[in-house]
Write a protein that binds this ligand. Structure first.
Ligand SMILES: Cc1ncc(COP(=O)(O)O)c(C=O)c1O
Length: 403
């Protein structure tokens, strides 16, 4: 009998993740040539000079020592759900109940739960473009159709309201916003968030608002919270501890619903069923999350100040390079410049791979973030200035040498 080679599910072919794909290329190059590569591709602050605040680490250790090593309920520890309620009241002036909150293993799992359980095959969901890639991959994996709406580069990458209106069909179920945005660093002003909520209301849709970078903003103190602006429009807010609280590897996040007319409760039960399949989130991190959300918040100011300096530095250096131009990002830790070099028109991946091979700097090509990301790249400015400076020297030299 000929032994078969086992075949994976076709639906996995729909998963692409530009950020990790280019990283594979870099690792290969590293293995083959021993090259020392500057990685400016992944948004993980703990890889650089940022760390989880000490009191949050202490809470994690204490949780393990005190026996919080059991399965938590699939919806999350009740005391954390209550802490989320308090945090949302304190920071966003939103009044929700613990039952409105689901704790997830990172915001990534909340994205999966929503697309798996809140949408039917063939439903459409509007996503900002350029977009954080898992929104596209998760949607396609679950046979949901992600429809990209344009964000306007010249205006700092804010959503094009007319394009959102144009792209609504009778299959559209929800509008996603990511604010502050990955990959563009845009922060959508309150007026615009309200306009998007109004469009959702007029068209009987709900809003999904990913606010994981909410306190990492450079003018003002916080990006607008969609639930606080929504009145009777249903909103699901996604949050996590990977960015503002720097705990990427702990895999802890949450989502909550703002649902005054009880229109999301069936979706909520369906998402809870999805979360039951994985039994429980990581219990010690849930205890630590209480300390993060309700304990001292002083680290945030230091984090934002450090990032502002790095943002200003890369913004200035990038715009000094002939053929590269960028708008000023106002949040998160990404910058998304345009490649205006004829050799690479329509081939941003070529630009990124050639830069990698010649100068050993790793960026991510803009087209990996959707249609409106074409002819751009994303640079993560988390590293300290000396590393950023070296990377910018290399990018400058690469562009200067393009024939
Ligand atoms: C917009 C956005 N949402 C969600 C995530 C996932 O974060 P987590 O570590 O909480 O899964 C990221 C991570 O980069 C992100 O940029």
């Amino acid at each position: 009998m000929k032994k078969r080679k086992f075949k994976p599910a076709d639906r996995t072919n729909r998963i692409t993740y530009a950020i990790r794909e280019v990283a594979q290329e870099a690792r290969k190059l590293e293995r083959e040539t021993n090259a020392k590569i500057l990685y400016l591709n992944i948004g993980d602050p703990t890889k650089f000079d940022f760390d989880v605040p000490q009191h949050v680490k202490d809470a994690m250790c204490e949780a393990v020592q005190k026996g919080y090593n059991f399965y938590s309920p699939s919806s999350g520890l009740d005391e954390l759900r209550e802490a989320v309620v308090k945090r949302e009241k304190r920071d966003n002036d939103v009044s929700i109940k613990p039952d409105d909150v689901l704790i997830t293993s990172g915001t990534a799992e909340a994205i999966l739960a929503i697309l798996a359980a809140a949408f039917c095959p063939g439903d459409e969901v509007l996503v900002p473009s350029p977009v954080y890639p898992p929104y596209i991959s998760a949607a396609e994996f679950y046979d949901v159709n992600p429809v990209e709406y344009r964000t306007i580069e010249e205006d700092g990458w804010v959503p094009d309201i007319d394009d959102i209106r144009r792209k609504i069909t009778n299959k559209t179920k929800a509008i996603i916003i990511i604010n502050p945005n990955n990959p563009t660093g845009a922060v959508y002003p309150q007026k615009l968030v309200r306009e998007i909520i109004d469009i959702a209301g007029e068209n009987d849709l709900f809003v999904i608002s990913d606010e994981i970078y909410d306190r990492i903003v450079f003018s003002g103190t916080k990006a607008p919270n969609a639930a606080a602006l929504a009145h009777d429009v249903p909103v699901i807010v996604l949050y996590g501890l990977s960015k503002v609280y720097l705990a990427t590897g702990w895999r802890i996040g949450y989502m909550y619903k703002w649902d005054p007319d009880d229109r999301l409760s069936d979706l909520w039960s369906a998402m809870l069923k999805f979360l039951m399949v994985r039994i429980s989130g990581f219990t010690p991190a849930q205890r630590a999350a209480i300390a993060a959300l309700l304990g001292p918040q002083d680290h945030i100011r230091a984090l934002v100040n450090k990032l502002r300096e790095r943002r200003d530095f890369v913004y200035r250096r990038l715009n000094e390079i002939d053929g590269i131009s960028s708008t000023l990002p106002d949040g998160a830790f990404y910058i998304f410049p345009r490649i205006g070099i004829s050799k690479y028109k329509g081939n941003d991946k070529g630009f990124v791979l050639d830069l990698l091979r010649q100068e050993k700097v790793l960026l991510v090509h803009g087209s990996g973030f959707g249609h409106y990301g074409q002819d751009h790249f994303r640079l993560v400015y988390l590293p300290p200035i000396p590393i950023l400076s070296e990377a910018l020297d290399r990018i400058e030299r690469f562009v200067r040498n393009i024939k």
